[in-house]
Write a protein that binds this ligand. Structure first.
Ligand SMILES: *Cc1c(COP(=O)(O)O)cnc(C)c1O
Length: 446
């Protein structure tokens, strides 16, 4: 019989993977998936506790998404998107604009999270160029922020472990401290603090706004940083500052969009917020096909509108832009949201999920516990009092991951942060079982 894992190790270069480690911990071979379970070759299963890299929403093998994909493949699988269009893209764009209640007015399609961020960054840059403010060329982002792995997206990301080696390639961008309450950059305590961590951003914008195009931020949850969940007051203040100093605001909801925080989009926790761009990807097709969108306001769109020879056109596009099959999967997913009342159902389970997570707080290694919607995380530390971390060498997160696999869990860690990022279709019984098992895994380490 073919040894699939061995052949994999021979030919494949996996993302975010040290091949030397993979020799002892080869990639898990998954044969099929149903609902929130992934099945291995021997019929064994793993709960898909991180939604297959934060993209699955309605569960695997969903009949309605499969049907939509099948129908679309029978009709039109792909067509170029410059000079041509198709109904799935038009319907999807219209529905996204309606869903954002006309905060945004135009939809630009691409095919993954990094590219929809690149599109927003380039649009912001060119907007100022087109409108005569050519000194506005730099960006602001948060320490530990994550916006993708392409060079442009890395330039505004703040995760040194991933990106430090490439730093000579980055374009100029300002970094400001992030509202990481557990390790507060101002050494203050919530809820007593007055969001003092906004001050560096305030000072920067006050002095440098004339050279800054945009600020990019992950609303409420900094995902790859380790599910850092921050006070919405910070986002409100940052948005107000961006407005005051005429700097575009780019909301990167690639991870948190499509219900993860309990609302369709995380920015809806602040209904008054004003932004120029919204980036969406991971959950958009419920994890079935790659797709992303950059939503822009009408003001931005107008900045590119004019006679061809004025050179205002946005010259950017990808071969698979607005792929009809991917758009059809996204439409099916939105329909499920509506007809199966996905958000309303999830809303009822969120308090239960959060209460159950509270039990983790007293475990000896748990330094911080944070949660919002269907996202929950614990930060493991060596010393609860000093918050000293385990460090890179100890590979504490990896240890949890290995033990998790034995308990049917996919606890893929972010450093020493263990998190759950559950599909919205998870049932109460499933959540209960996942939490019980996760608790035992973490407890077994202390
Ligand atoms: C994952 C992610 C991206 C990048 O998306 P890819 O599809 O992996 O390129 C960008 N921004 C945020 C907030 C993300 O979580």
């Amino acid at each position: 019989m073919k040894d699939w894992q061995k052949t994999d190790l021979e030919y494949i270069w996996h993302p975010y993977t040290q091949a030397k480690e993979a020799r002892n911990l080869p990639p898990v071979l998954i044969e099929k998936a149903r609902g929130i379970k992934l099945y291995g070759t021997r019929g064994n299963f793993y709960y898909d506790t991180i939604s297959s890299w934060w993209c699955n929403v309605h569960g695997h093998n969903h009949p309605r998404i499969k049907e939509a994909i099948r129908k679309q493949v029978d009709t039109l699988e792909h067509v170029l998107f410059a000079g041509f269009t198709h109904k799935p893209a038009i319907q999807l764009a219209e529905q996204l604009i309606v869903l954002t209640k006309n905060k945004f007015n135009r939809v630009f399609f691409s095919d993954n999270g990094s590219t929809c961020v690149e599109v927003a960054l380039k649009m912001s840059f060119q907007y100022w160029h087109n409108t005569g403010k050519r000194e506005k060329t730099k960006f602001v982002s948060l320490d530990y922020g994550y916006h993708g792995d392409t060079i442009g997206a890395m330039s505004v990301s703040g995760l040194d472990l991933f990106n430090a080696v490439f730093s000579p390639l980055f374009y100029p961008s300002y970094k400001v401290p992030s509202p990481y309450c557990y390790r507060c950059p101002m050494e203050k305590k919530r809820p007593a603090c007055a969001i003092d961590c906004i001050k560096p951003l305030e000072r920067l914008l006050e002095h440098k706004h004339e050279e800054i195009c945009a600020m990019i931020i992950e609303p409420l949850v900094m995902g790859a940083a380790g599910m850092i969940i921050y006070p919405k007051e910070y986002l409100a203040k940052a948005a107000a500052l961006a407005k005051k100093y005429k700097v575009h605001l780019i909301l990167d909801e690639v991870a948190v969009g499509f219900g993860r925080t309990g609302k369709m989009f995380a920015y809806e926790h602040l209904p008054q917020i004003e932004a120029d761009f919204l980036c969406l990807s991971k959950g958009i097709t419920s994890g079935y096909l790659p797709l992303s969108v950059t939503l822009a306001s009408e003001k931005i769109f107008r900045g590119f509108y004019g006679d061809y020879e004025k050179r205002k056109t946005f010259f950017h596009g990808h071969t698979y832009t607005a792929n009809p099959v991917a758009c059809s999967a996204a439409l099916a997913s939105l329909k499920i949201f509506k007809e199966e009342k996905t958000l309303q159902k999830a809303e009822k389970l969120i308090p239960f999920f959060h209460q159950a997570l509270e039990k983790f707080r007293d475990l000896p290694l748990v330094g911080d516990l944070r949660y919002i919607g269907f996202i929950g995380a614990v930060e493991l530390v060596k010393d609860k009092k000093t918050k000293e971390s385990f460090g890179l060498k100890r590979r504490m997160g990896l240890e949890v991951y290995k033990r998790g696999l034995k308990e049917n869990l996919v606890l893929r860690p972010l450093g020493d942060i263990i998190y759950l990022f559950l599909p919205l279709c998870a049932s109460k019984a499933e959540i209960e079982d996942i939490l019980k098992k996760t608790y035992l895994v973490i407890k077994s380490l202390s």
